[in-house]
Every structure is written in C-alpha cells, then in structure tokens.
Design a protein around this ligand. Structure first.
Ligand code: HEC
Length: 337
C-alpha cells in the first residue's frame, strides 16, 4: 500500500506503554454512524440513499462477478433527467462496492467506474463522493493501486464539504493526508496532516482513533506518535461495551477482530511483544473469530511476531511490515462476513 512507506529511523524502542484495557472485550474502536446499514453482509442492497437506482440484492445481476465491463452503461434511471441518472449510477456503484467489501473483490473496479460516472454527471452527491473516496482507498490499500490515492483525497475532501456532520470523513481523509506527505517526503505537509489527523480524532475519538493509529504509528520511534497511536486507541477501547458502532454488527461483522489486530500491531510497532501477543490472541479467540475468513492471516502475524518486531525496531524503516489493516485484507478483514 502506498502509504505504508516507512519513514524515518527509530529511536529507542523500549517504550513501556500503559497497560491496556482492563476489559478484554471487543475493543474495536471503530465506530461511527449508522450509515453503514447498507453494507450488510454479502447482499447487494441499495445503499445509496433516498434515491433512485435500486440495486437491491437480487438486482445486482447486471454486474455479475467478474464482468467488470458495463460501467456507466444502462441504468434504469430516466435518461431525460441527468440528475436521476447520476444518482442511479452512484447508487449502483455503491451497491457494488459494498459487495466488493463483503468479499466479491472483482466487483471493485466496476464499482469505482460507476461511481466516477455518476459523480461526473453530478459531483454534488455527498454520499457518492464519500463512497467513491473509500472505494479508491480500498484499491490503494488492498491492491496497492497508487493512482487511486491521487483521487481518493479530493473525493473525501468534497464529501467532507458536502457532509460536514459526518465526523468519520476527516479521520479517513487524515490517513490519506499523512500517507501522501510521508510518501512524498514533505515535512511541512506532514506536520499539517498530523495536526489534521489529531483534530479529527479529538472530534470523534471512538471512530477516528483507528485511523489515527494506522496513520501515525509508523512514524519514527523517537517521535511521540507511535505511543500516541497506542494511547488514543486504548482511550476508546471500552467503547465496545457502550456503543453499537464499536461492536461486530451485520454491517461490519468482524470489526472487533480487525480492531484487536490493530491493537496488537501498534504494540508490535514499539517492540512490546507481550501486549502485541495479548491483543493478537484476543482477536484470534474472540467469539466471532470462528467464522472469520482472515483468521489464518491473523495467526500468521502472531506466529511471526518476534521477526516483525525485529523489523520494526531495526534501523531500516523501509522493511517495516504493514499492519494487518493495511495490506491485502485491509478493509475486508473487518467488513467481510
Ligand atoms: C477495524 C475494522 C475496520 C477496518 C479495518 C475498516 N473498516 Fe470500514 N468501517 C468500520 C466500522 C466499524 C465502520 C462504521 C460502521 C457504522 O458506521 O455503523 C466502518 C465504516 C466504513 C464505511 C462507511 C459505510 C457507510 O455506510 O457509511 C466505509 C465506506 C468503509 N468503512 C470502508 C472501509 C475501507 C475502504 C477500509 C479499508 C481501507 C475499511 N473500511 C477498513 C470498520 C472497519
């Protein structure tokens, strides 16, 4: 993934973080709104909104897996009404994207193309811009598609303008800003991006601390950021007890497992094998781990822990392993049933 480029060197590694969670329950920090409703496992549904294009389950047929071709083509929308056509296209794109997130990865490209086509006709669609930005982000993360990174930022910027009340968006955008500044090695832009990321997390800690951890944990060990990633995650770790959005839900069926892997990763990053092992093990033994498709990936991370820590702590940041929530299973790890 583009943003995984490690930065800077490491300072001393013997940080001793506070002990984590008393509560070993589902810690997933990620939470947020209800919006996700649509992402229900495996089904196609019409996420979109209020509007047109009903791509509900059965009718997603025109996108049969693999046929990534018919972008922008037919929709049932009234073609005499460009706005309706635009909404229909973005709604179809959204439905396809959530199917991709549920595991039908071959649909992602068509989803992105449909969203782009709908937004080209009407860029003022808040939901469309958000989903488009996230679909691009998933392509960056899971496919290593660097070109998508260039478009994801502007889409999320636009979504944030159109939907300022959605406090998740700045968190996602922050990861892109930090990742871009690091990849391009632009210190001033990086400072600004870090400030943006922290402000986003202050505004919505329960959700955005996950994004902050992914964005900042890879910064050099002689900065405050790897420890900040831990502190911010741990500060919201008990939200699973209180907030629906912090639990496994039909929309994000393995949120806990994915979040617990991130908890493990931020500790591995600073060389704390004990806490890392603790959280990886929690992920692997959580009740829903039994049905989790990515348990073998997670087990491999745990099995390789000592080696991973060596790589994080050595003087070469370019060999730092990606976090679990950054590579091939970056999004599906939590979102797929
Ligand atoms: C740690 C688990 C986790 C990971 C990893 C994760 N997500 Fe999510 N995601 C969530 C949770 C939790 C929500 C909020 C659900 C809600 O609002 O009810 C969410 C919300 C979303 C939404 C908004 C859904 C909506 O309907 O508003 C999108 C889009 C999304 N994620 C895409 C992604 C992408 C793309 C990636 C990978 C780059 C990713 N997620 C990685 C847990 C995760």
């Amino acid at each position: 993934m583009a943003f995984a480029l490690a930065l800077g060197a490491c300072g001393d590694s013997d940080t001793t973080p506070d002990t984590p969670l008393a509560d070993t329950s589902p810690v997933d920090t990620a939470n947020a709104n209800e919006v996700l409703d649509d992402a229900s496992a495996g089904e196609a549904h019409d996420v979109g909104a209020d509007d047109a294009a009903d791509t509900s389950a059965g009718d997603a047929s025109d996108v049969g897996a693999g046929d990534a071709s018919d972008v922008g083509a037919e929709t049932d929308a009234d073609t005499s009404d460009p706005a309706a056509t635009a909404r229909a296209l973005t709604a179809e794109g959204e439905a396809l994207f959530f199917r991709a997130m549920a595991g039908e990865l071959t649909l992602r490209k068509t989803a992105i193309d449909k969203l782009a086509a709908g937004l080209a006709l009407d860029p003022e669609q808040a939901r469309g811009q958000l989903v488009y930005g996230m679909a691009l982000l998933s392509a960056v993360a899971e496919d290593g598609d660097l070109f998508s990174a260039l478009k994801a930022g502007p889409a999320l910027e636009k979504a944030m303008q159109l939907a300022p009340e959605d406090r998740r968006i700045p968190g996602w955008l922050g990861t892109i800003k930090v990742g871009t500044a690091r990849a391009l090695n632009q210190p001033e832009a990086l400072d600004e991006a870090i400030a943006f990321m922290i402000a986003a997390t202050d505004a919505y800690p329960e959700f955005n601390s996950v994004s902050l951890a992914i964005a900042l944990s890879h910064l050099p060990l002689d900065t405050i950021y790897p420890q900040m990633a831990i502190d911010r995650l741990m500060a919201t770790a008990d939200c699973a007890a209180n907030l629906d959005v912090c639990k496994n839900t039909a929309k994000v069926p393995h949120n806990n497992e994915g979040a617990l892997m991130l908890f493990g990763d931020v500790y591995a990053r600073i060389g704390d094998a004990e806490n890392a092992r603790h959280f990886y093990t929690l992920a692997l033994t959580s009740p829903d781990a039994a049905t989790w498709k990515y348990a073998t990936h997670a087990q491999a991370v745990l099995d390789d822990l000592d080696h991973r820590i060596d790589l994080y702590l050595d003087a070469d940041p370019s060999n730092d392993p990606l976090f679990f929530a950054e590579g091939r299973v970056a999004c599906v790890a939590c979102h797929a049933p």
